[in-house]
Design a protein around this ligand. Structure first.
Ligand code: BGC
Length: 355
C-alpha cells in the first residue's frame, strides 16, 4: 500500500532546480512540465504542507508567463482584428523544464492549465497568505486573466490533447481560476469576469447537459471522466447537484474497468485502460460528497496499483493492439506519472480529514 509520504517524496524528488515538474521523468515525451499536471502537483504539495516546493513551482510558472507575455498581447490584437491565429501562437500547454516552448510538433493550444494555475495559486494563497510568491504573481495573474477573458470561448484542444472544441472541463478550470482570482484583478477585468462566470454556468447547464448526463464537448458529445472537474475541485456545481450525480452515475456504469476509471469509451491511447489520476479523482469526488465507503474503495484501488513505490498513468492490457501500437512507438506507459502521485496525495489527505 502506498503511503502519503511516498507519494510526496516522489513529487519532491523529481522537482527540478527550476521549480518545474516533469510529467514523468522516465518517459521521453513527458519530460516537459504541463501547467495542468504541475498545478495539481502544486496543489497536492500545498495540502501536504510543502510550502516551498509549491512556491517554487508557482515562481516557475510566473517566469514562464512573463517570458511569453508578448504572445498574449499579440494574439489579443489579432483576435480583435478578426485575423486567424495559428494555435502555436497561443500560450502553450507545456514547456521544457527550463521554461521554453517545445520544438517537437504538439497540440499546444489548451486553455485548462491556465485556469488550473490561477485556481491552484489561489488555494496556495489561502494557506500561505504571507508567502512572497503572491506579490510576485500579480502581473502573471493579470496577464493570464486577460488571456482567459479574451479566449475562454475559443475552441482549443481538450485536457487529453486530442479533441478540438469548447470543453466542459476546460470551461470549469477557467471558471474556477477567474473566480478565485477576481479580487486580484483590475476593475475592468473584474467586471468582465463577473459577466463570464454566470455565462459559463449557463452555457454548461443549457448546452452540455445532454440526455441524462453532462457531455465533454458539443462535437462528439461524449461522456468523459474529466466531467468530474465540474464539481471537484472547480465547484461550478456542488457534488450533490442532480446533473452531477447523474453524470457520475453514468461514469461508474460506463467507464469503470476492473474497478478503475477510464477517460472515455473507445479510448485507444495505450489501449485506453483505467487511469490512476482519474480513479483518485472519483475518490476525491466521494470525499466531497461525504461518502467514506466509496472514497476508501477508490483510494485502495489506486494504492493497489503501486509498483516499486511508483504509480503509472494507466493500467494497460498488454494484449490490446492499441497498447502494442503505442508501446512500439513510445515504449512502456509512463511511470511514475507525477500527476498520479499528486492525485493520490490529494485523495489520501482529504480522505483522512473525513475522520
Ligand atoms: C494527457 C494529458 C497530460 C499529459 C502529461 C497526456 O497523455 O492526455 O492530460 O497532461 O499526458 O501527463
Amino acid at each position: 500500500m502506498l503511503s502519503e509520504k511516498v507519494s510526496k517524496e516522489v513529487l519532491l524528488k523529481y522537482q527540478t532546480d527550476s521549480g518545474a515538474f516533469p510529467a514523468s521523468p522516465n518517459f521521453e515525451h513527458y519530460r516537459y512540465c504541463w501547467l495542468r499536471d504541475g498545478s495539481f502537483i502544486a496543489y497536492a504539495l500545498t495540502l501536504a504542507g510543502e510550502e516551498i516546493a509549491a512556491q517554487r513551482f508557482f515562481q516557475w510558472v510566473n517566469e514562464v508567463i512573463l517570458e511569453h507575455q508578448e504572445k498574449v498581447f499579440a494574439v489579443i490584437t489579432l483576435a480583435n482584428q478578426g485575423k486567424e491565429i495559428h494555435p502555436d501562437a497561443m500560450l502553450h500547454t507545456r514547456y521544457t523544464l527550463e521554461g521554453r516552448e517545445g520544438s517537437e510538433p504538439w497540440g499546444n493550444f489548451q486553455l485548462d492549465g491556465y485556469g488550473t494555475y490561477l485556481w491552484a495559486l489561489a488555494e496556495f494563497a489561502k494557506r500561505y497568505p504571507e508567502n512572497e510568491v503572491l506579490l510576485e504573481s500579480e502581473m502573471p495573474v493579470s496577464i493570464t486573466a486577460e488571456y482567459l477573458i479574451r479566449f475562454w470561448h475559443t475552441p482549443c484542444l481538450d485536457c487529453w490533447e486530442e479533441t478540438e472544441g469548447i470543453h466542459a472541463a476546460t470551461l470549469a478550470a477557467v471558471y474556477a481560476g477567474l473566480k478565485k482570482q477576481i479580487s486580484h484583478l483590475n476593475g475592468i477585468q473584474a467586471k468582465q469576469v463577473q459577466r463570464i462566470l454566470p455565462a459559463i454556468i449557463e452555457k454548461l447547464e443549457r448546452e452540455y447537459f445532454f440526455g441524462s448526463h453532462f457531455i465533454a464537448n458539443l462535437n462528439d458529445k461524449k461522456l468523459d471522466a474529466s466531467l468530474l472537474w465540474l464539481a471537484v475541485p472547480f465547484a461550478v456545481f456542488p457534488p450533490d447537484h442532480p446533473y452531477i450525480t447523474a453524470t457520475v452515475d453514468k461514469l461508474e456504469h460506463l467507464l469503470l474497468e476492473r474497478g478503475g476509471l477510464k477517460r472515455y469509451k473507445n479510448d485507444t491511447y495505450y489501449g485506453g485502460g483505467a487511469w490512476l489520476p482519474l480513479t483518485a479523482w472519483l475518490g476525491w469526488y466521494y470525499v466531497k460528497l461525504g461518502d467514506r465507503q466509496k472514497a476508501r474503495y477508490y483510494l485502495h484501488w489506486v494504492e493497489s496499483k503501486t509498483i516499486d513505490g511508483e504509480l503509472p498513468e494507466q493500467i494497460v492490457d498488454k494484449k490490446s493492439p492499441h497498447y502494442r501500437y503505442w508501446f512500439e512507438r513510445w515504449g512502456e506507459v509512463a511511470k511514475p506519472l507525477l500527476w498520479s502521485h499528486a492525485m493520490h496525495l490529494i485523495l489520501k489527505i482529504e480522505y483522512n480529514r473525513m475522520f
